[in-house]
Design a protein around this ligand. Structure first.
Ligand code: NAD
Length: 377
């Protein structure tokens, strides 16, 4: 059985061309005339959605970033927005509602709009951000369908703005080293991979209220939320190649009152063109976070917690790899700001988010059909 898919409306070359053009447009007003002079101001970032990730990670990170700062918010709660304005020192004029994002077009403090809402709302928010002429960062997963990813990519292309996905681990030094080992085939091509990511949702108080258990808002269960990291690691281990096919099966439902709309756990295998395989698992019933890749001449392992905010440990067949401990969100935000300012392609472009959504759709189709499904990434 094949998964439904639609062709990406944007070629990679065209997209990279747009990135350069957009970066040039962006760089012009914020650089001084001397080309080697430092930027006159940091890039202004507006957060869309002031929930947990914005409140406890992205907002605090934007106090520490060197190249960008928080300059506005989009929220349905004006009073909350006013508190953020006071706390972060931006004018109340930079508080917007979800239905008035088009007014951001005229706001010179805001260069980048960062969408941090529930998964199924990303498309509408990102399209509004692009229409306002601002660069877009979209949290993971990029959307809840490939079709929505295509709509976001098209809107950003039409507006001539850059689209990146909030894949913080592409900017984290241990994961970057893992990517280098894969890209340069230091141990040969990775052929046998295994990884898992999950946390115990069912027993927590969150289980009663979290949108992650609402299919309409989340698009799926732990595969959408935690599994995307394992999909990412497997593609990273194959130098960003997508698998050609997948097989999958849903795990048992032990808490039917909690997991009535989304899966409690899921296992899948990604099969790559060169015969490599990645056996993966995502779960809301298990605290787990690791990834291991083996090649003919060595192996590399991102130790638990491989995908959480804590410092991951990278061990290889040559020993443990020491890299600086960083705040993931700070290096991600500064990394993305530097890419924009310097006109470099992003490590986490919209096409990557779309690729991962194509893989996720194929995994769900395989789990439902209990068959092998081709991936059209
Ligand atoms: P949250 O529930 O804490 O916050 C979501 C916010 O969106 C709330 O402020 C809510 O009011 C707002 N919202 C806007 N439109 C909404 C709508 N139509 N329905 C419901 N709420 C709406 O969620 P969160 O944990 O902050 O997650 C937000 C996004 O960030 C998700 O896509 C999630 O996957 C992603 N995330 C990424 C990471 C990471 O490490 N990159 C970590 C956590 C969350």
């Amino acid at each position: 059985m094949k998964t439904p898919h639609s062709e990406s409306p944007v070629s990679r070359r065209a997209f990279l061309g747009q990135l350069s053009a957009a970066a040039a447009l962006l760089a012009a007003p914020i650089r001084s005339r001397a080309s080697d002079a430092p930027p006159r101001r940091k890039l202004g970032v507006a957060l869309v959605g002031l929930g947990r990730y914005s409140t406890y990670q992205l907002g605090p990170a934007l106090r520490k970033t060197a190249l960008c700062r928080l300059s506005g918010v989009v929220t349905g709660d004006r009073v909350k927005g006013e508190k953020w304005a006071r706390d972060y020192g931006f004018p109340e004029a930079n508080i917007f509602g979800y239905d008035s994002m088009e007014r951001m077009a005229g706001n010179r403090d805001i260069d980048v709009i960062y969408v941090v809402t529930p998964n199924s709302v990303h498309a509408e928010n990102c399209i509004a951000a692009a229409k306002a002429g601002k660069h877009v960062i979209c949290e993971k997963p990029m959307a809840t369908s490939v079709a929505d990813c295509d709509s976001i990519i098209s809107a950003c292309r039409d507006a001539g703005v850059r689209l990146t996905v909030g894949y913080r681990l592409h900017y984290e030094p241990h994961h970057a080293e893992f990517a280098r080992l894969a890209r340069e085939r230091v141990f040969g091509p990775f052929m046998r991979m295994a990884g898992a990511n999950g946390f115990e949702m069912g027993s927590s108080s969150r289980a009663r209220t979290d949108w992650r258990l609402d299919r309409r808002l989340a698009g799926g269960g732990p595969l959408m939320d935690m599994g995307v990291y394992v999909v990412q690691a497997a593609c990273m281990a194959k130098a960003e190649a997508a698998p050609v096919s997948v097989t999958a099966r849903f795990g048992p439902v032990t808490l039917p009152e909690v997991f009535s709309e989304v899966e409690e756990s899921i296992e899948w295998t990604m099969e790559f063109a060169d015969g490599a395989q990645a056996r993966c698992r995502a779960s809301y019933a298990e605290q787990v976070s690791n990834f291991r890749a083996e090649a003919d001449h060595g192996w590399a392992q991102l130790e638990d917690p491989a995908f959480y905010y804590e410092e991951p440990f990278l061990t290889t067949s040559r020993g443990s790899v020491e890299r600086p401990k960083v705040n993931h969100q700070v290096v991600q935000l500064d990394g993305m700001a530097a890419e924009l300012l310097e006109g470099r392609p992003s490590l986490a472009p919209g096409e990557m988010g779309r690729r991962d959504m194509a893989i996720v759709e194929a995994i769900y189709a395989a789990a439902r059909s209990r068959g092998r499904v081709d991936v059209r990434a």
